[in-house]
Design a protein around this ligand. Structure first.
Ligand code: EPU
Length: 417
């Protein structure tokens, strides 16, 4: 199994370009199910979760699923299979994103029920409630969500709590429903707005995506379109934090700084110099910055997907900080590994108390999920000596060429078997 060896202590400098957003590309690829036409996408990141989604679309009936230089064309003239099998869903729970589109296009979908994962339980009850409200009948049979409908009908549905993929599933289902759907208490993440932009380019009539109320006027069919995926805001934030921790001066290019305002504001409060342009961020690393408490929240608040990386940053801050995770109850798997490297962190329920600044020492550590892996990489960049991170397939799920990007900034990073 592949591991990542990092020798800490190198100061990073130079420019790193951000890839397209995994979590925008996943639902937009699934939206390819809604049309017989061709969806031409650019800026699609070459990461394992995207390859899993392409495998799933191939299984469903997509003709062309080759991703090259960030480009992929999806065309599904006929749905060959309305099933998302367990084998694929168990490796990526975002496979549930095909539920709404399959139901809308075909009147039937059988999608393996996603199980729990390393960051928490992750139920999909709200996806199911919403689709039922549009007229689908849904049963759970032998571990599968089996959904049927004649034709979905526009309705008003209020999410009990904000859910990103739940909002996306509902938008896609409602795009081909009879009449108008109003969704209330929607996730406001930029990835939801990007999905709506792609669907509107295909001929959908969606208003309000990116706010908490979305209106979708159903249309009878959707056609071909071209769309460029937005930059990955979590990858952007990860390199911004790498620059803050280990950088001399790092420029993060081809990004959208307005999507990471919560992080940039925090870094400013700590005394770290970050300058945001229209499409870039320049960070000057410093060894002296203040610890700041953090509470994760839905967009535009501080994303849970950057909490682990932020914790690595706090191990080197002056003073103590309390990091409160409000989205996924178990998302502290990185704590034990950071502690093995010398960090002083204790967990109390949803809070992690980090006491800085502690000297980190290279160690053998284990990646447990995608963002936890990124936090171990950040910690390793400033640790004394050699860190070997095991199970880096987690990193490949969502970060494109992270080792090469860090190397180009001067880090001592090497993939080993
Ligand atoms: N929830 C429910 N019922 C539902 C759906 C969600 O109770 O039917 C709860 C969840 O258990 C969680 C909260 O609502 O406590 C929010 O979950 P959400 O549904 O928003 O998460 P998701 O759509 O499954 C997406 C991202 C995650 C990211 C979360 C939160 C994609 C493909 N995944 O997941 O990304 O952490 O939103 O922002 O968009 C990652 O990229 O590393 C990652 C895990």
């Amino acid at each position: 199994m592949e591991k990542l060896k990092i020798i800490g202590g190198k100061r990073l400098k130079g420019l790193v370009s951000v890839s397209g957003a995994k979590n925008a590309a996943l639902p937009i690829l699934a939206a390819g199910i809604l049309t017989e036409g061709t969806l031409d996408l650019t800026n699609v990141p070459y990461v394992w979760d995207i390859l899993t989604m392409l495998r799933l679309l191939f299984h469903i009936g997509a003709e062309q699923v080759i991703l090259r230089n960030g480009k992929v064309a999806i065309r599904i003239p006929k749905v060959q299979s309305s099933e998302a099998p367990y084998e694929l869903v168990k490796t990526m729970r975002a496979s549930v994103l095909v539920l709404g589109p399959l139901l809308a296009r075909n009147g039937y979908a059988k999608v393996s029920m996603p199980g729990g994962c390393a960051i928490g339980e992750r139920p999909v009850n709200l996806h199911i409630d919403g689709l039922k409200k549009l007229g689908a009948s849904i049963e759970i049979e032998h571990g599968y969500i089996v959904a049927r409908c004649k034709k979905l009908t526009g309705e008003e549905f209020a999410f009990e709590r904000k859910t990103v993929t739940g909002t996306e599933n509902m938008i896609m289902a409602a795009a081909l429903a009879d009449g108008t759907t109003k969704l209330v208490n929607c996730a406001m993440e930029p990835e939801v707005a990007d999905l709506a932009d792609a669907l509107n380019a295909m001929g959908a009539k969606i208003k309000g995506a990116g706010t908490d109320t979305i209106e979708i006027e159903g249309v009878s069919s959707l056609g071909s379109a071209s769309h460029r995926i937005i930059p990955d805001r979590i990858e952007t934030g990860t390199y911004v934090m790498a620059g803050a921790l280990a950088g001399e001066r790092v420029e993060i290019a081809q990004c959208n700084p307005s999507h990471i305002t919560a992080l940039l504001d925090k870094l400013g409060e700590m005394g770290i110099s970050v300058k945001a342009g229209n499409e870039n961020v320049v960070v000057d690393g410093t060894e002296n910055y203040k610890a700041k408490d953090l509470r994760t929240s839905t967009y535009p608040g501080f994303p849970t997907d950057m909490q682990a990386q932020y914790m690595a940053l706090m191990t080197q801050a002056d003073g103590a900080s309390v990091i409160t995770e409000t989205i996924f109850e178990k998302r502290f798997m990185h704590v034990a590994e950071l502690v093995r490297m010398g960090a002083d962190i204790t967990i109390d329920g949803h809070n992690a108390i980090v006491k800085g600044k502690t000297a980190l020492k290279g160690a053998q550590v284990m990646a447990t999920d995608l963002r936890a892996s990124a936090s171990l990489v950040l910690a390793a960049l400033v640790a004394e000596g050699e860190t070997v991170i095991d199970r880096i397939y987690h990193l490949h799920r969502g970060y494109e060429k992270m080792d090469e990007k860090l190397k180009s900034l001067g880090a001592h990073v090497e993939k080993i078997k």
